[in-house]
Design a protein around this ligand. Structure first.
Ligand SMILES: *Cc1c(COP(=O)(O)O)cnc(C)c1O
Length: 428
């Protein structure tokens, strides 16, 4: 009820940090009682249709009976054991499944506890690989502008320098190479002008670059931009040509969101290293993984010091692996391509009217991702309560109002989300 909600929020404001927020800020915050299917129930009694999948994660919606049953069964066996010197069925099953569903060259799996950590692991793998090949000078990374790879220091160093506030951390961050982001949108051809910035940096610095790292096709938190599959294909060719590894960060795009199981399939490329996270456990708990080729893992293991230098305490947590196994089974057993195609159609139809609004710069849709880009940043203090009053959970950032609903959403619920975006942006 309202009083319970106010009490929770008051204590929250006294003691808790939220993502990218000021302490004790006066921005609105809402207390959640429970969540079921595509609905989030607030402590104050209101119910919201979820347009965010809790940041790309909750692809099957919330409180899924099959996910719950799998987790209860695992909980009765064990919730955790250390992974040094021990292994278990949930991890083995998951590794097998991941090797099966990702590009064929990817044969080994490192379990990490969050997306950011899986990026750190990927970067360390690339450095150790070249070190083992007696090319120890290859320790830098090349990426494109508007990228986002996480909040730890290695991941921050390859995140967009402006969005990531590199100036603030200049003495602490590794200096990497940034190429202009390609101008060619998804479905468009890629010209020499689009690829030239990255190509020039590769040619000039190939002896110091361990890997190119980028988000395939969709750049998420750095700007919600979609780029050409041909660009990704060219990047992959250039990496091979210049003896540089390719790391694709599929943490946001993986598990069907863009219409393919993994976004790199749009370009039909095989990376040397792939990071996955977010929807991996269907939004139940934190787990990520870094996959690599037999060539990279063998080279690292045959080199000096003969081991890969990383090992988190909660590595391959059995509960998290069980959630991932259940989530992947659910996804693969569902008509996910059809579901995502339906969502794509509904997003296009429902968000199209927004292009007529003066405040709107661009409307774009790919798979189960719908983006309305505005000319100016939104005022969260005003806009957030408007969405909640409209009965939806939509969380804009900067100039971007976007939807990425759970894959189980139906047409009527999706219509409520898109209509809320149009109505709020019209009256805002
Ligand atoms: C969210 C995200 C990360 C970071 O994952 P965390 O689990 O938040 O550490 C890295 N890369 C991409 C593309 C992401 O979307």
């Amino acid at each position: 009820m309202k009083a319970d909600s106010d009490k929770l929020i008051a204590t929250d404001r006294r003691h808790i940090w939220h993502p990218y927020s000021a302490f004790a800020s006066d921005l609105p915050i809402y207390a959640v009682e429970s969540a079921q299917g595509v609905r989030i129930k607030l402590v104050d009694g209101r119910e919201l249709i979820d347009g965010m999948s809790s940041w790309w994660c909750a692809i099957h919606g919330y409180n899924h009976p099959e996910m719950n049953a799998a987790l209860s069964a695992q909980l009765a066996r064990m919730s955790h054991v250390m992974f040094g010197g021990l292994t278990h069925e949930p991890a083995v099953k998951l590794a097998n499944q991941l090797v099966e569903i990702t590009p064929e060259v990817l044969q080994s799996v490192f379990f990490a506890d969050s997306g950011s950590v899986s990026v750190e692991v990927a970067m360390k793998m690339a450095i150790q690989y070249w070190n083992a090949k007696r090319q120890a000078s290859k320790q830098k990374f090349l990426t494109i502008r508007y990228g986002y790879h996480g909040d730890t220091f290695g991941a921050m160093s390859v995140t967009d320098p402006v969005n990531g506030m590199h100036s603030l951390f200049s003495e602490a961050l590794a200096q990497q190479y940034f190429a202009d982001t390609p101008g060619c949108g998804f479905g468009a051809a890629c010209s020499e002008t689009d690829i030239a910035p990255l190509q020039q940096l590769l040619e000039a610095h190939r002896n110091s670059i361990a890997a190119v790292i980028l988000e395939p096709i969709v750049q998420g938190a750095g700007g919600m931009r979609f780029y050409s599959a041909e660009y990704l294909r060219r990047v992959s060719e250039l990496c091979t040509e210049h003896d540089v590894l390719l790391i694709v960060d599929e943490i946001a795009t993986g598990f069907g969101r863009t219409g393919k199981l993994f976004a790199c399939e749009h370009a039909d490329i095989a990376p040397d290293i792939m990071c996955i996270g977010k929807a991996l456990t269907g939004g139940y708990m934190t787990l990520a993984a870094t996959l690599t080729t037999g060539e990279v893992s063998q080279t690292i293991s045959n080199g000096d010091p003969g081991v890969f230098m990383h090992g988190p305490t909660f590595m391959a947590n059995p509960l998290a692996c069980t959630a991932a196994n259940a989530s992947i089974d659910l996804l693969l057993e569902s008509p996910w391509q059809q579901n995502i195609a339906n969502i794509e159609t509904g997003l296009r139809r429902g968000l199209q009217p927004c292009s007529d609004l003066n405040s709107v710069k661009d409307v774009r849709v790919l798979g189960a991702i719908g983006v309305v880009e505005l000319h100016d940043p939104v005022d969260m203090k005003t806009i957030q309560p408007m969405f909640v009053d409209a009965g939806v959970w939509i969380r804009p950032f900067g100039r971007l109002v976007y939807l990425m609903p759970p894959f189980i959403i139906n047409d009527a619920e999706l219509g409520i989300l898109t209509e809320a975006v149009y109505q709020v942006l019209s009256s805002y």
